[in-house]
Design a protein around this ligand. Structure first.
Ligand SMILES: C[S@@+](CC[C@H](N)C(=O)[O-])C[C@H]1O[C@@H](n2cnc3c(N)ncnc32)[C@H](O)[C@@H]1O
Length: 231
């Protein structure tokens, strides 16, 4: 498949549109994280680790206006990474972007440690709590002491009515752009296939992985974001 065809594939185009319906503040999230990283990283020439870089939205949001930042993006999806590469080339970022097809285990142990990392909208695709912990621990091990880390993931207790209320809010975002009710009911059931865990458990996982001072800075519908620092 040529890069252009892959970029235009149904799946990747649907991702771009759906993300912004599912999370109406999706673009603002990247702006907020950029502000946080800028304040934390100052005038350095920082190296950023982007876990789940598929689609390239972190690169596109942060690359152009931060010419000193370099990015290492990791993602197991070839198709999503092709989209990330396409965006990097279009924005003239390719000399500052390295993309790795795989998981964080595929990062070379010889790579020097990073100044900052993000893991945006990835953790809820990992079902097993032990594997979530391993991913967070490995990210922490790849960071310099004190480096800022941003985690954004779905959250909530699957057995609590509070999550069902937020799923109804989430369905209303799609209703508003014209989805019909039968499709929305299906989507409401389907979304329970991602791995929701309660907020407190996410904060415990961050602490157990070696991140300190975690603070929730963002929340929209089903998703929330935490800032914290590598020990
Ligand atoms: C919803 S997309 C988010 C992409 C991007 N962070 C964003 O916010 O636009 C989730 C991405 O996580 C990737 N992913 C799934 N499991 C992963 C893992 N274990 N490590 C890194 N990326 C993973 C998927 O391939 C997919 O590209």
């Amino acid at each position: 498949m040529t890069e252009e065809l892959a970029f235009n594939s149904k799946h990747t185009i649907a991702y771009e549109a759906n993300a912004r319906v599912s999370i109406p503040t999706y673009d603002m999230l990247f702006t907020m994280v950029q502000s946080y990283f800028r304040a934390q990283l100052g005038e350095k020439e920082p190296s950023l680790l982007v876990v789940g870089a598929g689609g390239g939205n972190e690169l596109a949001a942060w690359g152009p206006s931060n010419p000193k930042w370099t990015f290492t993006g990791i993602d197991p999806s070839k198709e999503m990474l092709q989209m990330a590469m396409h965006k990097s080339i279009q924005l003239g970022l390719e000399s500052r972007v390295k993309l790795i097809e795989g998981t964080i285990a595929d990062l070379s142990p010889a790579d020097s440690k990073f100044d900052a990392a993000s893991c945006i909208l990835v953790l809820h695709f990992i079902k097993d709590v032990q594997q979530k912990l391993e991913l967070l621990r490995t990210i922490k091990d790849k960071l310099k002491p004190g480096a800022p880390f941003v985690l954004v993931t779905a959250y909530g207790d699957p057995d609590d009515a509070e999550l069902q209320d937020r799923i109804n809010v989430w369905k209303s975002f799609f209703f508003d752009v014209g989805y019909d009710s039968s499709k929305l009911d299906e989507m409401g059931k389907g979304i329970m296939n991602i791995s929701f865990i309660p907020e407190q458990k996410i904060e415990n996982l961050l602490a157990e992985s070696g991140f300190t001072n975690s603070t929730r800075f963002y929340s929209t519908g089903l998703f929330a974001g935490w800032i914290c620092h590598a020990e």
